[in-house]
Design a protein around this ligand. Structure first.
Ligand code: ADP
Ligand code: GN1
Ligand code: MG
Length: 362
């Protein structure tokens, strides 16, 4: 489980199993990820990131780590800053231990990551970084890449899971969130829009990141420029619309993903526009007209998909996402509902923004 604690002696032993340079001085919980359990390892030399991978979420660790090796190898060869794995002393890129499956990365120093956009320019640059990432992956041979989580952004499949969670009502929480459940039921006819367009060939299959929230980019602390895109666990064949939409879901909001005061949660059209300008400017001209047309809807779709995942997890007793308090997943689901409602109201303005951004294209 993601929240399961490991004692200090085990952590020191596990950290020392990797080929790090220096003596381990401390191993402390780190970061805001919802899936893996992440630690910062300080030594008398460099610092490192140690992660216990969440094998409930991605059971095939060997396939996952092979993907990470392939993707980071490709990005390093292109001269891009990316994650650097630290091997296990006995060989291999991860440690299979009684306490779990572990990996280590070099700590990328002098960077920050954001859970909230404070400056449209930072978000525009994040868009450019994800757009450039998309563009560079176009040259990546995906044939050796495993699908780490099947149907990851298959919204109809996510909706089927959600409906099953509502029906099971495993922990008796459904009665307290009928209105939230009703929101997702009411939009059922839209969930197949992107998957249908992919199936009939209107939207191309590409290699995508699939988890493009802002805290998965490390930004240079001095210059404010994106340095490295991290959290490569879900790099798989997918749609550019997933990556664009998921970034908007998280970043084009005036509040945190888990803001409890909904009056503070709004969809920001200026942030949407800024991200779209950065992303499309860097992703290049091979973004198709069908993709462009679906970008506003994809933002809302990814928001609803994530919302139904949060709510489904709440109804299932918080088995998937790491939570800090009992209502955490419900709070997250409600911010996503609020954002999706405002995106629906502003659909025309979002389409106009994409049009304006691409006005210069041939
Ligand atoms: P999760 O899948 O749980 O989201 P991540 O791989 O995104 O886990 O890592 C969690 C957090 O740890 C990131 O948001 C980032 O702040 C930090 N982090 C991860 N890898 C590195 C790294 N190599 N250097 C610096 N910080 C990192
Ligand atoms: C998870 O791993 P992390 O925290 O970057 C999740 C994403 C969700 C996101 C919501 C593998 O991302 O799909 O959009 O939480 N990752 C996985 O914040 O399920
Ligand atoms: Mg992450």
């Amino acid at each position: 489980m993601a929240n399961h604690a490991t004692d200090a002696r085990d952590l020191a032993r596990v950290a020392g199993s990797f080929a790090l340079r220096g003596d381990v001085q401390s191993v402390e919980p780190y970061g805001d990820g919802h899936i893996n359990t992440t630690y910062l390892v300080c030594t008398d030399g460099p610092r490192y990131i140690l992660q216990r991978m969440n094998t409930d979420v991605i059971p095939d660790t060997a396939a996952l780590m092979r993907n990470i090796e392939l993707v980071t190898g490709f990005l390093h060869a292109q001269g891009q800053e990316t994650l650097t794995l630290v091997p296990v002393r006995d060989g291999g890129s991860w440690l299979d231990d009684p306490t779990g499956a572990w990996r280590m990365y070099e700590f990328i120093e002098d960077t920050v990551s954001y859970n909230l956009v404070e400056d449209a320019d930072v978000f525009r640059r994040a868009g450019a970084a994800f757009g450039a990432f998309q563009r560079s992956l176009a040259a990546f041979d995906a044939s050796g890449l495993a699908e780490t989580i099947a149907h990851f952004h298959d919204t109809p499949s996510r909706f089927a899971d959600f409906q099953a969670a509502v029906t099971r009502d495993e922990v008796g929480r459904a009665a307290s969130c009928r209105r939230d459940i009703a929101f997702f039921m009411a939009h059922a006819d839209e969930y197949g829009t992107v998957t249908d367009a992919m199936r009939d060939g209107r939207v191309p299959l590409r290699v995508t990141h699939n988890d493009t929230k802002l805290n998965n980019i490390l930004i240079d602390a001095r210059t404010g420029r994106p340095r490295a895109i991290i959290d490569l666990d879900t790099v798989m064949p997918g749609s550019l619309l997933y990556d664009f939409g998921d970034s908007i879901r998280f970043g084009a909001s005036t509040a945190l993903e888990d803001e409890q005061d909904l009056s503070r949660v709004h969809f920001s059209l200026p942030l949407f526009r800024a991200y779209a300008a950065g992303f499309l400017g860097a992703a290049g001209d091979d973004v198709t007209d069908d993709e462009l047309e679906l970008m506003p809807l994809a933002a809302r779709l990814m928001t609803m998909e994530c919302g139904m995942r949060f709510l489904g997890d709440y109804l299932s007793g918080d088995a998937y996402f790491a939570t800090a308090y009992p209502e955490h997943n419900l709070v997250r689901a409600r911010t996503q509902i609020r954002l999706a409602q405002e995106m629906e109201e502003q659909a025309d303005a979002m389409a106009q923004a994409i049009h304006d951004v691409t006005a210069g294209r041939a």
